[in-house]
Design a protein around this ligand. Structure first.
Ligand code: ADP
Ligand code: ASP
Ligand code: MG
Length: 405
């Protein structure tokens, strides 16, 4: 007898028909003699709709009430899923985040899981009950918290880790993890396996097929993670550790993120301590800075500094910088949100040279100008104008030989 977590994303439980279809997948695992924990997202579009209601009332919203509202979509789907399973003759009940309890910190709207209490669920599973859990929600200090957008993946992985599940299946609207978003690149290829490290980079660089923190947790706890389709029975993509990959591609995937904005500070003083006086206050305001480039000083006295922040932080970052502009001695602050970050990812880069060069050549061939570059051991990222984003992804996909025939 195995123990399996099955997570169904928004499009997989988008309406009653889909919920019934998902319930049948649970029945199949149950009939194989497995214990099943089911994690459900809200119906596709529901969370956005709930956020839209909040925005119609106020922009200065209380994050505790935000969490009460946005967690609701998962809650009703958990109840509907439990009913659909009961309708198939199964013994099923819903367990809300606070009932389990999934304990989190108090950072409402993007809380981190601190621990999962498993005793009650263990007892239910032993009693052949199907445990249905709404994704995305936890509890802190007797208040509902949510785990950040896409957080149902994290709920599933956290439960799989805490309950020592044999497998965590993430059912979604694509049949696996591809070399690039298959909705963007028609020649993208499905990967049989991908390493945790590569998937972690790809997720954090914009491939939202899995939520970034869920991959991190799966890697730390060695959770056997699989992404597969809820609309067919094909095997999906397994996320594995590096040792399990026999033939390593140099580049495994291309990611794109539209959620970055570029800030350029013109004519700042070229002297020690300036970078600290800029990035210190941004860090104090919890603003993460990603790519950074500083120009060579032409006159020896001043220089220009360009960096990126998440577009959701842009307004806040500009306020922080403008209030300190006099102290820093900035000539001008320029912001640009019409940019996109394109990244190539692969653990094979550790042992192969020339990956970045190939990227620059492929982009130059298409006449695409690179605004900022950053690299790490297993990725190279570039920032380009938004209008060239899709062209850049496709050009790189071909350049690294990832196109299907
Ligand atoms: P769910 O609602 O099931 O959580 P998501 O929308 O969060 O689904 O994730 C699935 C989507 O991820 C797909 O529809 C696909 O467009 C997108 N995606 C982005 N990059 C990739 C990739 N490399 N491989 C597969 N899907 C990707
Ligand atoms: N419903 C939440 C969202 O849309 C969580 C999830 O679906 O994973 O972000
Ligand atoms: Mg998702």
């Amino acid at each position: 007898m195995g123990r399996i977590v099955q997570k169904f994303g928004g499009t997989s439980v988008a309406n009653v028909e889909c919920i019934k279809n998902a319930a049948n997948k649970v029945l199949i695992e149950h009939n194989k003699g497995n214990q099943v924990i089911v994690v459900v997202s809200a119906m596709a579009g529901t969370t956005n709709q709930l956020i839209n209601y909040i925005e119609q009332i106020t922009d200065l919203y209380d994050p505790k009430e935000y969490d009460v509202i946005v967690s609701a979509g998962e809650q009703w789907n958990a109840g509907l899923m439990a009913l659909a399973l009961q309708n198939l003759g199964l013994n099923a009940r819903s367990w809300l985040g606070w009932q389990i309890a999934i304990q989190t910190d108090q950072v409402h709207s993007k809380a981190r899981i601190l621990g999962v209490e498993i005793d009650a669920i263990e007892a239910a599973l032993v009693n052949t009950e199907i445990v249905v859990v709404p994704g995305f929600q936890g509890v802190s200090n007797n208040r509902i918290t949510t785990l950040g957008r896409g957080g149902s993946d994290l709920t599933a992985v956290a439960l799989a880790g805490a309950l020592n599940a044999d497998r965590c299946d993430i059912f979604t609207d694509v049949d696996g993890i591809y070399t690039a978003d298959p909705r963007l690149v028609s020649k993208a290829q499905k990967l049989g396996k991908i390493t945790y490290e590569e998937m972690l980079e790809m997720a954090s660089l914009g491939s939202k097929v899995l939520q970034t923190r869920s991959v991190e947790l799966a890697m730390n706890y060695g959770v056997n993670l699989q992404v597969r389709s809820s609309f067919d029975d094909k095997p999906g993509t397994i996320v594995v550790s590096e040792e399990e990959i026999v033939e390593q591609q140099v580049v495994s995937g291309i990611s794109q993120s539209k959620e970055e904005s570029k800030i350029t500070l013109l004519k700042i003083a070229d002297k020690p301590g300036i970078a600290a006086s800029i990035f210190g206050p941004l860090a104090d305001a919890s603003i993460n800075v990603d790519m950074i480039v500083q120009n060579i000083s032409e006159d020896g006295n001043t220089t220009d500094l360009t960096f990126t922040v998440s577009t959701t932080d842009l307004k806040n970052a500009l306020e922080v910088l403008e209030t300190r502009a006099n102290n820093i001695g900035v000539g001008q602050i320029i912001a640009d949100s019409n940019v996109v970050k394109i990244s190539v990812v692969g653990i094979g880069m550790r042992s192969h040279a020339g990956i970045a060069q190939k990227m620059f050549m492929a982009l130059a061939d298409k006449g695409i100008n690179i605004k900022v570059i950053s690299t790490s051991e297993i990725k190279v990222s570039v920032l380009v104008a938004e209008e060239y984003g899709e062209l850049a992804v496709r050009a790189l996909h071909s350049a690294y030989g990832l196109d299907s025939n």
